[in-house]
Ligand binder design. Structure first.
Ligand SMILES: C=C(O[C@H]1C=C[C@H](C(=O)CCC(=O)O)[C@@H](C(=O)O)[C@@H]1O)C(=O)O
Length: 270
């Protein structure tokens, strides 16, 4: 469905009945990211959103509109529109950064938090500046060379090396999803909500009282290291490192990922 949220036209989907689960995709993803997992989650009311500049959601020309504080405010408005006061939030990679921001700024609205291969941002201004410069260069490359050339390069970055051995139909589906975006949407997403633009939440992890599940792939050393560091600072978290998986666990091992999430979501229920 299409919804006007804070002046931006969002595409959002809802399916299933039961425990509300808000799903936030990664950079170059969309609500479609989660479709293969739906059969594993029959008891959840899934709410999947195309984030700013992605999929069928509008790609504002002003990169400032993508800032994580605006994206988090949009999520709150979406939940208000749906009449949902409190929700479980699952975010993958970029979507995990947004999920964490939402949990920090709206803690009473987040029942449980699942962060897949994500981070609280970069701790120092020096790291953030370097990342902003790198993401600006990537944004310009997307705008000058086009989305197809970007996707050709993007799917080959070391972070996704483990995806090279996925079945061709799975790889083709990921590629189709990436190719559906506009250059403006992807470039401005990097400029507005890139890892170097958002504030660091490292010093605020101790505030989160809700249960947090950190999931990383054993072969994704960088984000497993980040997850372990987050685990040390979060008051109420568990960390699961999925054997043999890379960055996108939900793609590489959907059944295992879905089971991990289901068990976390129903923990403590009689
Ligand atoms: C390459 C790095 O950062 C990028 C990689 C992962 C994030 C993401 O959402 C990718 C999702 C996907 O393509 O499957 C993305 C982000 O958080 O915005 C980063 O740009 C890195 O080494 O940090």
């Amino acid at each position: 469905m299409t919804m006007m949220v804070n002046g931006v036209c969002y595409h959002a989907e809802q399916y299933g009945e039961g425990e509300p689960l808000l799903l936030l995709h990664g950079f170059t993803g969309s609500a479609d990211t989660w479709r293969p997992l739906a059969p594993f989650w029959p008891d959840f009311r899934v709410m999947a959103v195309d984030l700013l500049g992605h999929g069928r959601t509008e790609a504002p020309k002003d990169a400032r509109r993508y800032r994580i504080e605006h994206a988090a405010a949009d999520l709150a408005a979406l939940l208000d529109e749906w009449g949902v006061e409190q929700v479980n939030v699952l975010g993958y990679s970029m979507g995990g950064r947004l999920a964490l921001a939402f949990a920090v700024w709206h803690p009473r609205r987040v029942r449980r938090l699942v962060l897949e291969s994500s981070s609280p941002g970069l701790e120092t201004e020096e790291e953030r500046r370097a990342r902003r410069e790198a993401d600006e260069a990537l944004a310009r490359k997307i705008e000058t060379e086009g989305v197809r050339a970007f996707v050709d390069d993007w799917e080959k970055i070391p972070l996704f090396a483990t995806q090279q051995t996925l079945p061709d139909p799975v790889r083709a589906a990921i590629r189709r999803e990436r190719l559906r975006h506009t250059a403006t949407g992807l470039a401005n997403s990097l400029r507005g909500m890139g890892t170097g633009v958002q504030p660091s939440f490292w010093e605020r992890l101790g505030e989160l009282a809700m249960p947090v599940l950190l999931v990383c792939g054993e072969r994704d050393e960088k984000f497993c290291r980040i997850a372990a560091q987050m685990h040390e600072r979060l008051p109420n978290s568990e960390l699961i490192c999925v054997k043999g998986a890379g960055h996108a666990i939900h793609v590489e091992q959907p059944g295992i990922f879905a089971k991990i999430v289901s068990e976390f979501m129903t923990k403590g229920e009689v």
